[in-house]
Design a protein around this ligand. Sequence first.
Ligand SMILES: O=C(O)CCC(=O)C(=O)O
Ligand SMILES: [Fe+2]
Length: 216
Amino acid sequence: MDLSLQGSLLDLTDAMTLRDVGTGKTRHPLAHGAWVDVRPGWLAAGDELFTALLHGVPWHAERRQMYDSVVAVPRLTKFYAGDETLPHPMLVEARDALSRHYARELGEPFVTAGLCLYRDGRDSVAWHGDRIGRSRDSDTMIAILSLGSARTLALRPRDGGPIPGSTAKSLRYPLGHGDLVVMGGSCQRTWDHAIPKTSEPMGPRISVQFRVAGVR
Ligand SMILES: O=C(O)CCC(=O)C(=O)O
Ligand SMILES: [Fe+2]
């Protein structure tokens, strides 16, 4: 068979595939020793994964202590520890691919998977750093695979200071279906991140965060 024809036929298939992490990845150095890697379209044809997770994950409504009251967190979550079976084999593949790609720089594998479901634009997560565990005082990486509707990941320096080279109050990265973002370096200690609410009509989004052992 003509090879170029074969290539174009392959491109037309709808098979869900992880593309190479490094191809098309851009590293954005932030201030204070933090950085963000963005790799758009990492997972191709991810609809099957999105649908399987949406309907198959036992989503929890979290409640969180806020000062004197307990408030509902406006999103649904499910955490998978390292010894728990992930809800779809593609998540195992994704975690392995990330561990391989970042092995030298990270020095340890990605282990846990935190899943979040933002049902619509009213669901969100407020400004925070993932600072539970070792990330409180050492560098780590948090890799996020985004599925479904596009939402914005916002980042701002934790100390409230300006963003060097910018007049904006926060950096904003749009995360679409199949996109990968990795927060690295000191990002969890020196910056905060959030998924802001939006008044735009918005379908559901699922975020899968891979972390190393001992980091939340
Ligand atoms: O939804 C996301 O991509 C980010 C979620 C997040 O920051 C967290 O759960 O710690
Ligand atoms: Fe977070």
